[in-house]
Design a protein around this ligand. Structure first.
Ligand code: PXL
Length: 271
């Protein structure tokens, strides 16, 4: 059995964070493990406001020992880290265990949660973790902050950001323009390997229920790498996978709705 790990927050609502990661790993036929960095909960009495509860350094280190020293993983991804020690520990274990299939999802904000996380923390995460990443998977907002570019609203802007983020250490940069790039009728993402740019287009799925789409995408890329795909192959498959997941998206309540990572199976069984 191929093993894979996520270092991420728990999303009590089940659509994002490590819950999305583990569901995705399962669809790829992998054995998933999780080191929990924080617990995110949402307040139904206050318009689903996010509350974040970081776990202590000792708790995180113990989980990382279990996973990386005790078991080993063919690939790993990180999501919301939430503290400086989580950044340091993630770097320490990825480096020490020689995990080259490491996907960094530089999560800076939850959709609908408004404010970006602490900018100094985001800067520290970029500095420490980009040089370890086989693939970094920023969305446009995160690509702006990682590259220092003011506003990315074109494919040329995405290319420039990818170049800068690659220079900061990530071996591949996958910028998710998705539904956000103005004037596009397709979901347009960009892959850069330090040499060539490749635009990766998919069907634009018109849904506001896209909670966890970023987590699912980066988990799917890590899962593809764990299975021995090249970065390009892993990204192309992840793009198909997130498309199917979003095609099966649904509302959890009036505020939030996730994709469904198992939707590709329903398709095959029932249509
Ligand atoms: O979608 C970003 C995200 C990542 N990780 C956790 C989250 C969220 C958004 O809610 O809760 C744990």
């Amino acid at each position: 059995m191929i093993k894979i790990a996520t270092i991420a927050g728990s999303d009590a609502s089940g659509g994002a964070g490590l819950e999305a990661d583990l569901k995705t790993f399962e669809e790829y036929g992998l054995y998933g493990m999780a080191a929990v960095t924080l617990v995110a909960a949402m307040d139904p009495d206050h318009t689903w406001a996010h509350q974040v509860f970081p776990l202590g350094e000792e708790v995180l280190r113990a989980q990382l020992e279990t996973i990386f020293k005790g078991v080993g993983a063919a690939a790993a991804k990180s999501g919301m880290l939430g503290s400086f020690y989580a950044v340091e520990l993630t770097g320490e274990y990825i480096r020490r265990q020689g995990i080259t299939n490491y996907v960094l999802d530089p999560v800076m904000v939850c959709k609908g949660a408004g404010e970006a996380l602490n900018p100094e923390l985001n800067a520290a995460a970029a500095e420490t973790l980009l040089p370890l990443a086989e693939v970094a998977t920023p969305n446009l907002f995160e690509a702006e902050r990682l590259s220092g570019l003011r506003e990315i609203n074109s494919i040329e802007g995405m290319r420039e950001a990818a170049r800068i983020i690659h220079q900061r250490g990530a071996r591949h940069v996958f910028i998710k323009g998705g539904a956000k790039l103005p004037g596009q009728s397709r979901a347009v993402d960009l892959l850069f390997d330090g040499k060539d740019f490749e635009l990766i287009e998919g069907e634009l799925i018109d849904t506001r229920w896209n909670h966890g789409a970023g987590c699912t995408t980066s988990a799917a890329i890590a899962a593809g790498l764990a299975r021995g795909l090249s970065v390009r192959e892993a990204v192309l498959l992840a793009k198909r996978f997130i498309g199917r997941s979003l095609a099966g998206s649904f509302a959890l309540n009036q505020w939030v709705g996730p994709g469904n990572p198992s939707h590709w199976r329903a398709d095959r069984l029932f249509s």
